[in-house]
Design a protein around this ligand. Structure first.
Ligand SMILES: [Zn+2]
Ligand SMILES: [Zn+2]
Length: 453
């Protein structure tokens, strides 16, 4: 028997009616122009005010825009705003790529430097449901629970026995993962400095695994002491760097004495998981995504990393902001495993020394950044944005036929709201994003950006 949820059908029908109404409304064309300006951003910031360009000598008004404009929300997460997430991924891609192959002010010679792709994992906090495929036969290996899990089974990665799984340890490890990374980089530099005369640059992203714990993926590049333009010394072979990475990772420890919910102090020792993966990055002219030696090419790698950086916790795509109460945790759709991590973070946040954990419960305790890089790796996000702004400004000057020092600019805007008024407007904005994305794809069919594939 098939049952149809009539409420859903009614709701959908009403939405199409509301969309049709919005399309017919008198201000639709103006509204659509605003949404197109922000590429269909799902929660644009509304600004009201004015922008005026005057001729400095004569005072003549050359251009003026007044009223309400939309500004993109700028959210990194794909689930929150696909438009801004696309832009973030594109920026992340260029930032990572420049450090691998040059460009954006980085010399192209970096492509011949020793470079490695590194993955550092979290330790185990108890057995979880697993799905492993035997490479020789393609057969799915039976999990400890006795089942052969399907790839989409939400139980994969969740605790086999929630009663014995160390949720406190997992959340506290996650809260210290950023510090663990910092310690690791100090350690690695020290390992390599023994041989002296080199500089270690990196860019790293965090990616949540299904068990709710974060992995770090990083590009590590070895420069000479003067930075990106300086060749690495000949002894700095990738194998040597790999050894240094493994030694440094194994030796990295963050020690803390932290309170428990039982009112006692407990010593903790946070380390990386045993699983460490390092791969040499092939020179820029390698075409294959991954060749027989298991090395990866620059563009493919930059694309992968950029995409990681736009992902959320995978636990729940609704928890995109801090919880305000325990009721918020109850209200979201997620697995029991991830909810337990959130509740653990929330409960630990009740202790004064761990108060910060409440703000990060929706991130399962992780409070670091999703993309960080060392100072000399490549360009910065801010720099990419500045370049974009200058380009837009130059376009305006060209259109007006003036130079920068011939004009004065009045720019005055106030915040007037955020997002859309109705679900119909949201649906329309989403359609505008889809259409623009399709157009971009057609335009760049030859050089499809890897973060969009
Ligand atoms: Zn947005
Ligand atoms: Zn299982």
């Amino acid at each position: 028997m098939t049952t149809v949820d009539t409420r859903t059908v009614e709701h959908a029908a009403a939405l199409t009616d509301r969309i049709a109404d919005r399309l017919r409304s008198v201000d639709y064309a103006r509204w659509r122009a605003r949404v197109e300006q922000v590429g269909g951003c799902l929660q644009p910031i509304h600004l009201t005010g004015e922008f005026e360009v005057n001729h400095a000598a004569t005072g003549e008004r050359l251009a003026r825009r007044a009223g309400t404009v939309f500004v993109p929300c700028g959210n990194r997460r794909e689930a929150v705003c696909p438009t801004c997430s696309d832009r973030y991924a594109a920026d992340a891609f260029h930032l990572i790529r420049a450090g691998l192959s040059g460009g954006k002010g980085v010399p192209e010679s970096v492509a011949s430097k020793p470079r490695l792709f590194l993955t550092l994992t979290a330790p185990s906090f108890g057995p979880v449901h697993t799905r492993r495929v035997r490479p020789s036969t393609g057969e799915v290996v039976r999990c400890r629970c006795g089942q052969r899990h399907h790839g989409d089974d939400p139980r994969v990665g969740t605790a086999l026995d929630p009663d014995t799984y160390d949720y406190t340890g997992a959340v506290l490890w996650q809260a210290h993962a950023g510090q663990l990374w910092n310690r690791f980089t100090v350690r690695l530099r020290r390992e390599l400095a023994r041989a002296a005369g080199i500089r270690v640059s990196y860019a790293k992203v965090g990616e949540y695994q299904r068990r709710g714990l974060i992995h770090f993926h990083a590009v590590v590049r070895i420069d000479g002491p003067a930075g990106p333009a300086d060749p690495a010394p000949s002894w700095a072979h990738p194998d040597l760097i790999e050894n240094a990475i493994r030694t440094a990772a194994a030796a990295t420890v963050v020690r803390r004495t932290l309170p428990t919910t039982e009112g006692v102090e407990q010593p903790y020792r946070f380390t990386w998981g045993a699983q460490i993966d390092t791969r040499t990055i092939a020179p820029a002219d390698t075409v294959a995504l991954e060749n027989e030696q298991g090395t990866i090419t620059d563009a493919a790698l930059a694309g992968y990393i950029a995409k990681y950086a736009t992902k959320g916790t995978t636990a729940s795509e609704t928890a995109d902001r801090p919880f305000r109460s325990e009721a918020d945790i109850d209200a979201i759709t997620t697995t029991a495993h991830h909810r337990l991590m959130m509740c653990t973070a929330w409960d630990l946040g009740d202790l004064p020394a761990l108060g910060y954990l409440r703000r990060w419960a929706h991130m399962l305790g992780f409070r670091g950044h999703f993309l960080t890089k060392s100072k000399h790796y490549s360009t910065r996000f801010g720099e990419l944005r500045t370049v974009r702004r200058h380009w837009q400004h130059q376009q305006l000057l060209d259109r007006l036929g003036v130079t920068d020092d011939e004009i004065t600019v009045v720019n005055h805007w106030n915040h007037a709201g955020t997002g859309y008024d109705t679900d119909a407007e949201r649906a329309l904005a989403s359609a505008i994003y889809q259409r623009q994305r399709e157009q971009r794809k057609l335009q760049h069919a030859q050089e499809a950006p890897p973060w969009n594939s």
